[in-house]
Design a protein around this ligand. Structure first.
Ligand code: MG
Length: 254
């Protein structure tokens, strides 16, 4: 009888372990791990720091300049001028808060290539027209493929034209939609890997956790910095949490 009890207990433990392993929430550093010494948002250093702390992925923002160069920067404007209206030559002297040059996508991916195992969470920003959005998506995929990083990259974007273009030309690479208005069923129909939605969108639509799971879609939530809320979303089955506080978030999910 005791042996049977031990066996049942063992079985329950193994099942619990495998379920928790399947449901493990992964952490993505929002704009790299920037909230630390010598780093700043979207810098090469922030990518290196994200790699050092062993997060799943490091997110970064990509704009295309007027002359078609892909650069890493978050805001729409630098010194009051739109990044997308400038030529790359106008950006060469820009320095980030940690003193680095504003990186090109090429420089960023070269650095990323050395950060073995780290996923590159590539956010393409919205551009002025549907054509520009598709062109920026095509140039992005070209560069990622040239660098041999397709299997380490995941595309995210608020722009539906860009998102559809990513799915069309790079169907093997996961594409996530950020804008929040599409249901899991609609995302699945469009060929996306999942949703990457704002914390309040998921709070308003708690049924989307179950729906996304049943469709085999992954769930990423941004930007979650409060450990208690990270825990809450982890328990609801979030696959990824995008956060400005990756070190604290790692402690929660571990
Ligand atoms: Mg971003």
């Amino acid at each position: 009888m005791n042996n049977l009890k031990t066996l049942i207990l063992l079985f329950c433990l193994i099942t619990a372990f495998s379920v928790s392993a399947q449901n493990k929430t992964q952490i993505i550093a929002h704009r790299g791990y920037w909230n630390t010494e010598y780093s700043s948002q979207n810098s090469l250093k922030s990518l290196e720091k994200a790699h050092d702390i062993k997060v799943y992925g490091s997110e970064f923002d990509v704009h295309m300049t007027a002359d078609g160069v892909l650069v890493i920067f978050h805001d729409d404007r630098i010194d009051g001028r739109r990044v997308q209206d400038l030529n790359y030559a106008d950006l060469k002297k820009v320095r980030l808060l940690n003193g680095e040059k504003l990186p090109t996508l090429e420089a960023y991916l070269k650095k990323g290539k050395k950060m073995d195992g780290l996923k590159l969470i590539f956010e393409l920003k919205s551009h002025a027209t549907p054509e520009k959005n598709r062109e920026a998506a095509r140039k992005s995929v070209e560069m990622v493929e040239k660098m041999g990083l397709s299997d380490r990259t995941e595309y995210i974007t608020f722009n539906l034209d860009a998102a559809k273009e990513f799915v069309r030309i790079s169907p093997q690479t996961p594409v996530y939609y950020l804008n929040g208005e599409l249901s899991p069923v609609q995302l699945k129909e469009l060929g996306f890997a999942g949703l990457d939605y704002h914390i309040n969108v998921m709070k308003k639509n708690p049924q989307w956790f179950k729906e996304a799971k049943s469709l085999g879609l992954k769930i990423n939530i941004w930007t979650v910095n409060d450990p208690a809320v990270i825990k809450e979303f982890m328990d609801l089955g979030a696959d990824f949490i995008t956060t400005d506080t990756p070190v604290e978030a790692l402690k929660v999910v571990k």
